[in-house]
Ligand binder design. Structure first.
Ligand code: IPE
Ligand code: IPE
Ligand code: MG
Ligand code: MG
Ligand code: MG
Length: 354
């Protein structure tokens, strides 16, 4: 991959690893190669919770939240060994940082923060839950790219973790990020009532595990061999992608101690945009290119993978996306203008270009 060598100076001295200044050369985010154009004052201006009827473009708000969560993840994944631990191996930590701190839209953290903001200030606890969820997402991407799974070389405009390091290290980096997520939730610095923390742990475990994302990945790999019908595809997508996005939206209600009805409503909102998110991903895999996406495209067809986009075609998939956005908007009805940022998120998910 020409041009990548100069991006990896930060790994200097690690045998077998490329080197780069990953901070100066973030992967692609929000269509801005090289990372967000936001300056610190702009980020500060996009206060949380967002003011309604704001003129600020959605992508700017998303990038501001991304900067917040990344600053926290930078600290949480700084490589220092913690109390009760023995030692954090530097090369493993560098692989973890490569997989977690090199770009990405940070949509799931955004949804955690903005769904919490529907009910309250959100605050530091929402940010920490957002970071925990992003750790799970980054682990899922590292493992998704492995040769035994999708066998991809490019992620967020950079070499995948197993390419930049090696397969065993990529597996262990994923394992570590998944575990770190629960450590972040349990940490006393995540200042939430114990029963809310337990509810978050249970919901995240259900979303990430065999009956959620990991199970969906298993069904997704099977879908390369035994073509599932439409309902089968919807189920696997609700699991592999929908489950974490649904958790993201529901988490806000849990953090804020909102009513069971609100939690259910946010969970349904998350399901709708979760399905939309994977539909858009499959459409982009069909219609976009690696430079725009920061990852390979044309992979699903190449592997004979059953997707709704392949089954229904581009036009019908776009109509289905419109329907899901309308459904998501309806679910936000009771929140009035306070739901505007999440409405914009639903539209972004369906119309995104990367
Ligand atoms: C990619 O997720 C994997 C899918 C679930 C389709 P994103 O498109 O959110 O990836 P990043 O985090 O922005 O790189
Ligand atoms: C990945 O789906 C979903 C998870 C990582 C759980 P894809 O395999 O379609 O994601 P991309 O296209 O590689 O990002
Ligand atoms: Mg995959
Ligand atoms: Mg993949
Ligand atoms: Mg894909």
């Amino acid at each position: 991959m020409p041009g990548f060598a100069s991006r990896f100076d930060w790994l200097g001295g690690i045998p077998g690893a490329p080197s780069s200044d990953i901070k100066a050369n973030r992967g692609t985010r929000n269509g801005w190669p090289g990372g967000s154009p936001l300056t610190a004052p702009t980020i500060a201006a996009i206060a949380r919770p967002m003011k309604t009827n704001s003129e600020i473009p959605f992508e700017m708000v998303l990038a501001a939240r991304a900067a917040e969560v990344e600053a926290l993840m930078e600290r949480l994944l700084d490589g220092r060994t913690r109390a009760d631990e023995i030692v954090r191996p530097p090369r493993l930590m560098q692989a973890i940082r490569h997989g977690a701190l090199s770009g990405g839209k940070r949509l799931r953290p955004f949804l955690v923060m903005e769904s919490a903001a529907l009910f309250s200030e959100g605050g530091e606890a929402a940010l920490r839950v957002a970071a925990a969820l992003e750790c799970v997402h980054c682990y899922s991407l590292i493992h998704d790219d492995l040769p035994a799974m999708d066998d991809d070389d490019l992620r967020r405009g950079l070499p995948t973790v197993h390419k930049a390091f090696d397969e065993a290290t990529a597996i262990l980096a994923g394992d570590s990020l998944l575990t770190e997520a629960f450590a972040i939730l349990a940490d006393p610095e995540t200042e939430l009532a114990a029963e809310r923390k337990v509810a978050l742990v249970a919901a995240l475990a259900a979303a990430a595990g065999a009956g959620g994302m990991a199970g969906g990945q298993a069904l997704d790999l099977e879908a390369e061999r035994n073509t599932p019908d439409e309902q089968g595809i919807v189920t696997l997508q609700a699991m592999k992608t929908g489950a974490l996005i649904r958790f993201a939206a529901e988490a806000g209600a849990i953090i804020a101690g909102a009513s069971a009805e609100d939690r259910e409503r946010l969970s349904s909102f998350g399901s709708a945009i979760g399905l939309a998110f994977q539909l858009a991903d499959d459409l982009l895999d069909l219609t976009s290119d690696a430079e725009t996406m920061g990852k390979a495209t044309g992979k699903d067809a190449g592997r004979g993978k059953a997707t709704l986009a392949a089954l229904h075609g581009v036009d019908r998939t776009r109509k289905q996306l419109d329907g899901l956005v309308a459904q998501a908007n309806d679910l936000l009805e009771p929140y009035g203008e306070a739901g505007n940022t999440l409405r914009a998120a639903a539209r972004f998910v369906a119309e995104r270009r990367n």
